[in-house]
Design a protein around this ligand. Sequence first.
Ligand code: ADP
Length: 265
Amino acid sequence: MTETSTTHSHHDPTMPPAAVSSDAVLSFDHVSMTFPDGTHAVDDVSFSVRPGEFVTVVGPSGCGKSTLLRVAAGLEHETAGSVAVNRSELGYVFQDATLLQWRTVRRNVALFAELDGMARPERERRVDEKLSLVNLDGFADKYPRQLSGGMRMRASLARSLVMDPLIFLFDEPFGALDQITRERLNSELLELFARQGFGALFITHSIAEAVFLSTRVLVMSARPGRIVAAFDVPFAPSRSPELRFDPQFAELSGEVSQALRGAHS
Ligand code: ADP
């Protein structure tokens, strides 16, 4: 493949349209991952994420989704193919908020910046700015246990935002939240991403969440995980919660669901 080849078909799952895009902030090129014990977790995955793109991966449990994120983050090393990403531009948000219980929200949000040696005035400025972005201004001096699950996820997001990443990796960040909180955070996240032009690679088990948030949804097969289907999501970047009741939304969700059911077999 060359950097200028952009003509492959939408329907060839091994070569989605953006696979070799040169302005990508993250790209996987024929990436496979086999663990030392022989577990073949990811098989020949190619796709890329450009600025402003929100790419979600759905697939059966254990199919290799987290492994894909861990490879992107450099926490695991691919055993074949290659990943192109500038890791200093990467933010990682886990399923658990992973906040330190003995630090206030403000000091949790400052953590990565502290570890990175950011000068205090700049750090404080950014912490205040990001707390405000995630609607936690009034909670800076609380401790994690004083926050709801949704607020803890917002704090976790703010902690990543402080480092000014261009692309975020999300590993089921809202999986533990109730439906209403989850939908509210989906809207907040969408608004934030539309405004800032971030890229995202997002993992979820919820098809509705995938379609609501994404510009593209990728379906992975059972292990070893391969991309078996890719759906471009046609809705405008600003999406109201009512979109979930739109017939077109239901239709696309149905198609993703059908591909996912195929992926299980
Ligand atoms: P998913 O996120 O899709 O649920 P994972 O990426 O967590 O799946 O895991 C994919 C497969 O790799 C699973 O079968 C899991 O048990 C296996 N796996 C994950 N980490 C390791 C490891 N360090 N060593 C061996 N196997 C692993």
